[in-house]
Structure formats: C-alpha cells, structure tokens
Ligand binder design. Sequence first.
Ligand code: ATP
Ligand code: MG
Length: 375
Amino acid sequence: MTLHDYLDRQARRLSRSRARVCDFKVFDFNHLPAEPVMRAEAKPIVDACVRFLHTGIANHLFIFGGRGCGKTLMVRHIGNLLAADVIYANCRHHNSSFKLLAHWLGARPRGHSMDELWERFCRQHDGPTIIVLDEIDLISDKDRNREILYLISRAERPYMAILLSNNPRFMNTVDQSIRSTLQPELIHFVNYNADQVLGILKDRAEAGIAKHARPTTAELARLAALTVQHTQSDVRIAIKALYYLAVEGTMSDDALRDEGRVDTATAEGVFERARRDLVADVLRNLHDRDMLILAAAITVKDAFVKEIYRRYRQMSAGYGEEPFSYPYFLSSLYYLQSIGLIGLMSTKVGRTYTNRVQLLFDPDLAQGVWSARLG
Ligand SMILES: Nc1ncnc2c1ncn2[C@@H]1O[C@H](COP(=O)(O)OP(=O)(O)OP(=O)(O)O)[C@@H](O)[C@H]1O
Ligand SMILES: [Mg+2]
C-alpha cells in the first residue's frame, strides 16, 4: 500500500466514524447526563442537603468509593437540582486552603492573608452554602492542617461540607479537633454491579452513537462484565471502551457488515486498550512517594506487605528521600488499592493472617512513568 492509499483509507475511516458518532460530548468524562442512572447512595446525600437547607444545621458528609464509581457525577447532579448556593472545587487543581479560597473568590493567591480571604468568602456567601471539596485527599502536604476544614467546621455562617475521596481512611489523617467538630456522616459508594454499568453504557450509546452503528446489548453487556471483573467497576474505562467501539465500529454496524469488513472492534480489544490508557493516566498523576511504594511492590512481586516496606525503605535511601513511617506506608497501600492499581489479599501464614500485594496492571506501563519521574 502506498502512503497515498493509506492516507486515503484513514480519511475514509475518519469520516465513517464521524457518521457513527452523533454526539462526541457524551464520551467526555466530565459530561453530566441529564438523568444519571440512579443509585441508592444518592438518597442519604439528598436527605442531608435538604435537612441542612431547611434547618440551617450542617450535616457534613464524607463520601468515599473507588475510582470511577460516580461520586463526582452524583454530587454535581444533586447540586444542580437543589435551589441553593452550592460551590465546588477539585483539590487536585486547587491543592491548598489558600488556593481554594482564591479560586472561589477569583482572587490572586498572592498578596492576601488567609483571614482576609476567608472574611471575603463569608461576606459573599452569607446564607446556607454547600461546599463540595472533591478529591480532598489531594490537598498538598504543605497544607497539613487543612485549614479550610477547620474554617468550615468553626464558621458562624451555615456552611455544610461535602468531602469526596477514594481513600476510605482520609478522615483518620485529619486533626482530631477538626474531626470532632465536623463529625461527618460517612457514605460509601459501593462498586457498581454489571447491570448498573450496562445501564450507564446503554444511555451513553443511545445519546452518542447513531442507530445503525450502535453496539448490540450483548456487546455492551460484555463490556460491562469485563469492567466489573477486572477494574473494580471503573465506569471511565467502560465509557472509553465504548468510545473506541463507536469510532471503530463493531460487527453490529450495518454499514460495516455490508462492506464485509473483518477488522472491526471487539469488546475485549477495546476494553484492554481503554484499561491501558487509564492506568497510564493514573500512574502519571501519582504522588512521587506513592510511586516509590508502587515501584517497591513491583520489584518484590507478589510479596507480603512487610517485605515491600523493607524494600521501599531501601529504595527511599537510594533516592535520598525520607521514607514514610509504617502506618503512613500502609495508608498509601490502601490508597493504591482504592485507585485500582493493587489488590491487598489476606493470606494465612502459620496462625495469623497477613496481607499480600497483588499488582492489577501491567508493570511495563509503570516503567516509563517512573524513569521519567524518579530517574
Ligand atoms: N450513575 C451514573 N449515571 C451515568 N453516568 C455515570 C454514573 N456514574 C458514573 N458515571 C460516569 O462515569 C464516569 C466516572 O464517574 P465519576 O467521575 O463521578 O467517578 P468518581 O467516583 O468521581 O471517580 P474518582 O474517584 O476517580 O474521581 C463519569 O464519566 C460519569 O459521568
Ligand atoms: Mg471524582
């Protein structure tokens, strides 16, 4: 095939895939569907918000659950339904109390004191306000006291905080005095089952893929089953895989079948690609210290937690880093588990149970990321 033929073929493919996808927006992870698939955990969130808006008494929430289990979507959707002052920020992008306040006020983070920003914030929000802090565990270590939580918990105004995190143990890392003033209600978003993932995929396929090109229910159900079995139900992977199915077409695409095309996409193929894409994303976003712990887990494959800790300390010394203490190391392992990179398996050794770490991704994927980061 000449380069010219190849270019021609690719251009034809692209225009065909444009005809297959009728709305690319629904494949964007930040897209808010008008009617998300309902889940039981939405009810206590609505109850808490409604109670707060009626009484002015804060009912703070700490919502936790694995990656892609719909926390952000559900809270933003509920926020839009409430006729109330709801403000939102993701701590990944505004990773200190100071930056959060500056962001909400549209102020420059320099040249102001924290007290000044907080006072301005309180003046701007003088009625009942719901403050959503997404990915709260990503507030930088430099803001160890998470002053924003202190300020919200002691505010004279009616403020209610909704904190979202992958890490079920995040609240344990918060200062005792803040914890006891906030006393958040804990809401666990359990992983979706295959029927729920299928429901989400059906909605997206209907909204985003032209009728002639839509995958069959059996193909979507296969994708949903793979997502539940291999990813702790990360819906992002399912949506990305659906996107690949849509642009490449499957055997259920009438036009492709009539053409006799054999190189169509399969649920297994697109699922694997989507999974690799997303693992690469997660790895790129890891904190250096979590990355080092993961590197230690890879070098002593399939090992017990204590062995990995030993290896991690050696590696830290090699990089001139002060290692985490054992409890912090453990909480990092729980975090790595919550974002789907490792599984912690309890194994019986002699009379006691001890944890073994199992990697849930292809370690080659990590190689490139940390040679760039850690040298
Ligand atoms: N109930 C649902 N109905 C429709 N789409 C959903 C639903 N739950 C999740 N999704 C979709 O799945 C993707 C992941 O959801 P979301 O971003 O809310 O996950 P998350 O729990 O916040 O994940 P993370 O912990 O990584 O931030 C989003 O694109 C979202 O639109
Ligand atoms: Mg989220």
